[in-house]
Design a protein. Structure first.
Length: 380
């Protein structure tokens, strides 16, 4: 099989398992209704219905960023929210799945790395960013292109993670989540494993790569006519992933989910800038696209940021205090697993002493064990 250049370059994981394997917080009782209430004011109204009512009429043509398996645009077409749609993604397996599921709907799919490629087709009066923007490295380039391709009466709708990049939570969020975690029964508590950056860079280097820039950059090119802070600093942190909670019977977890969501809402409302997720509807500001000096400055800033990150193995910002502590802990553990010369000398001496007490016939049988001689040479 030919090697996929996008996989080789680290732009996309080798399969969609990275995106769809984990349990997610909205599996817990009441989370979907909580998010819908915060987004639309009605716990029984999702964002697609809200967008349709807000706009007052169907959209002619939608572009869906990083469409994944295609459920968003397929649902929008089925509900009559859009007449036709185009989905783009860099995952070949995801696009194949989306095309199969589209089943004759007026939807077309293209494989595209939005960081560098041009959007296909034109005539879009709607662009959908559903959990896509936080995977984009060149956020300025992409949101600028969206503002350019949208019609003058066009709309950008965004439901996305906008919290700390690569889930490197600061102390106030981590402490708030920890406080609520201690209120839960022991069997439902989250392990609260802080996201370790080296693992994230290996599994999916695009995950939350510039999530904290999504809203600021969006505001460069768009007027946000509708914006709601959805929260997540407590509930999302404690539930994703938390299989013990998500696998327990709903009747056992519902009261604790309600407590968690109430604490999450209070934390978010006290300072909406701490919200990990935001729902927004925006219109393009076409005038900024004529300011060539400002556009050049933003582009240069972005190019320099990406250049520096490439030189530092994909790292963009100083580590949080929690991340530094985790790095030291892992380093100390590895130093025990990979001992120094003094330890090897001591172990070799012990092994030789024990070896002299082992009968020759048994030593000959031991040498036939695969790898035994290599271990002895390493110790010696």
């Amino acid at each position: 099989m030919a090697t996929d250049p996008l996989v080789t370059a680290g732009v996309v994981p080798p399969s969609s398992d990275t995106y769809y394997r984990d349990r997610y917080w909205n599996e817990a009782p009441g989370v979907d209704m909580h998010l819908q209430r915060r987004a639309t004011g009605d716990p029984f109204m999702d964002w697609i219905t809200h967008l349709h009512r807000w706009h007052g009429r169907p959209f002619r043509k939608a572009l869906v960023l990083n469409c994944g398996n295609g459920w968003v645009e397929q649902m929008m077409v089925d509900r009559g929210v859009v007449a036709e749609a185009v989905g783009v993604d860099i995952g070949a397996d995801l696009l194949a799945e989306a095309e199969r599921a589209a089943a004759g709907r007026p939807i077309r799919y293209y494989r595209l790395d939005v960081n560098s490629g041009a959007f296909p087709e034109d005539g879009y009066d709607l662009v959908v960013n559903h959990a896509a923007g936080h995977h984009i490295a060149y956020v300025d380039r992409v949101f600028r292109a969206i503002a350019h391709i949208l019609t003058d009466d066009g709309v950008l709708v965004s439901w996305d993670y906008v919290g700390p990049h690569r889930n490197q939570y600061p102390g106030d969020i981590w402490e708030a989540a920890h406080r609520v975690n201690t209120m839960l029964p022991a069997e439902l508590q989250s392990p609260m494993n802080y996201p370790w950056l080296p693992v994230m860079l290996t599994e999916d280097p695009t995950e939350a790569i510039h999530s904290e820039l999504v809203l600021p950059v969006m505001r460069r090119y768009f007027s946000l006519d509708y914006e709601r802070a959805l929260g997540g600093a407590i509930a999302y942190v404690l539930l994703t992933p938390n299989p013990a909670f998500l696998d327990a019977p709903p009747e056992a977890t519902a009261p604790w989910a309600e407590l968690m969501l109430a604490e999450d809402a209070a934390f978010t409302d006290a300072d909406p800038s701490r919200s990990l997720f935001v729902y927004a509807i925006a219109r393009p500001c076409k005038g900024v696209l004529a300011d060539t000096i400002q556009l050049a400055a933003w582009a240069a800033e972005e190019d320099e940021r990406e250049r520096r990150a490439a030189e530092s193995g994909g790292r963009y910002y100083p580590a949080t205090a929690i991340a530094e502590t985790l790095d030291r802990s892992v380093s100390n553990t590895l130093s025990l697993i990979r001992p120094g010369r003094a330890w090897r000398v001591a172990m070799a001496s012990t092994a030789r002493a024990l070896g002299r007490r082992v009968p020759a016939s048994m030593r000959r049988r031991l040498w036939r064990v695969p790898g035994a001689k290599a271990v002895w040479r390493r110790l010696a």
